[in-house]
Write a protein that binds this ligand. Structure first.
Ligand code: IPD
Ligand code: CA
Ligand code: CA
Length: 262
């Protein structure tokens, strides 16, 4: 049966194969901002994903990083279904030939993400989840770590693209966590950071100013792996919001305390 999750998996795998082939040969690279780039492959991968999705679900709405928002056909009743797509999460890594990036595809129904896939084509790791059905890494169920303190934790973060011009650029939190955690990593792919927290490789992850396509699929995968999500003040996480705190649950409160240090 053709389900949103089966189409998300198919699209992520096909786009992943396309991108993997061009690792180290990204084509034209353009600047969207001082440090924010887009490659020819971001666009080609997104086109391929959209072709696969719209072939099956022509009435659905789309929110894709490179192409923006497309409203599904009015009156079909299907515009409330929306695909949230990041064709390459980790474009800077990809453009430099660093093999750490992913395709991220989330499927939202009536404002809630119900299915998500994050695929790293280089490691051939496919993280997926459907609401209420748990999270998988390839065919195996995954769950968050049991680490109980930040002192014993490996945590991850990233920096916003306005790091050079905004004071709210995460350098303060980065210092506070670096002084308290076992170690802090910056991988360059927020979608994989969430999935790595979901499968226990990381114990927690925080970042600000992420976009819905960075987190839609990864947040569902984390949630389905029994992780915790919130903003930096413990309010419910929103994929359209500005703050993302994800953890194994056990260190969530301690991470919130560290994020509140002035
Ligand atoms: C970026 C990655 C990175 C995060 C940035 C994102 P992109 O997405 O997720 O880890 O730190 O904030 O914009 O531009 O590679 O799709
Ligand atoms: Ca992204
Ligand atoms: Ca991207």
């Amino acid at each position: 049966m053709t389900t949103p999750i089966s189409i998300a998996v198919k699209a992520a795998k096909e786009a992943g194969a396309l991108i993997k082939n061009r690792l180290g040969n990204p084509g034209t690279v353009k600047h969207k901002g001082s440090v924010d780039i887009v490659t020819e492959m971001d666009k080609s991968a997104e086109e391929l994903i959209l072709r696969i999705i719209t072939e099956q679900f022509p009435d659905h709405s789309i929110l894709a990083e490179e192409g923006g928002a497309i409203k599904g056909s009015e009156g079909s009743g299907h515009e409330r279904f929306r695909w949230i797509i990041d064709p390459i999460d980790g474009t800077t890594n990809f453009a430099h030939g660093l093999p750490f990036f992913a395709v991220s595809i989330g499927f939202e129904a009536n404002g809630k993400v119900e299915a998500g896939v994050v695929y790293n084509p280089v490691s051939n790791e496919l993280f997926s989840a459907e609401m209420g059905r748990g999270a998988l890494l390839n065919d195996k169920k995954i769950s968050v770590s049991q680490t109980g303190t930040v002192n014993d934790s490996l945590v991850a973060t990233g920096f916003p693209y306005d790091i050079r011009t905004s004071e709210n650029n995460n350098l303060d939190h980065f210092k506070n966590f670096t002084l308290r955690a076992q170690a802090v990593r910056k991988t360059g792919s927020a979608a994989l950071d969430l999935c790595f927290t979901a499968c226990g490789r990381f114990d927690g992850f925080w970042e600000l100013k992420l976009k819905p396509w960075d987190v839609a699929a990864g947040a569902l995968i984390l949630q389905e792996a029994k992780g915790s999500l919130s903003d930096f003040n413990s309010a419910p996480f929103d994929i359209y919001g500005a703050e993302c705190l994800a953890s194994n649950g056990k260190i969530h409160k301690e991470m919130l305390d560290i994020l509140s240090i002035k």
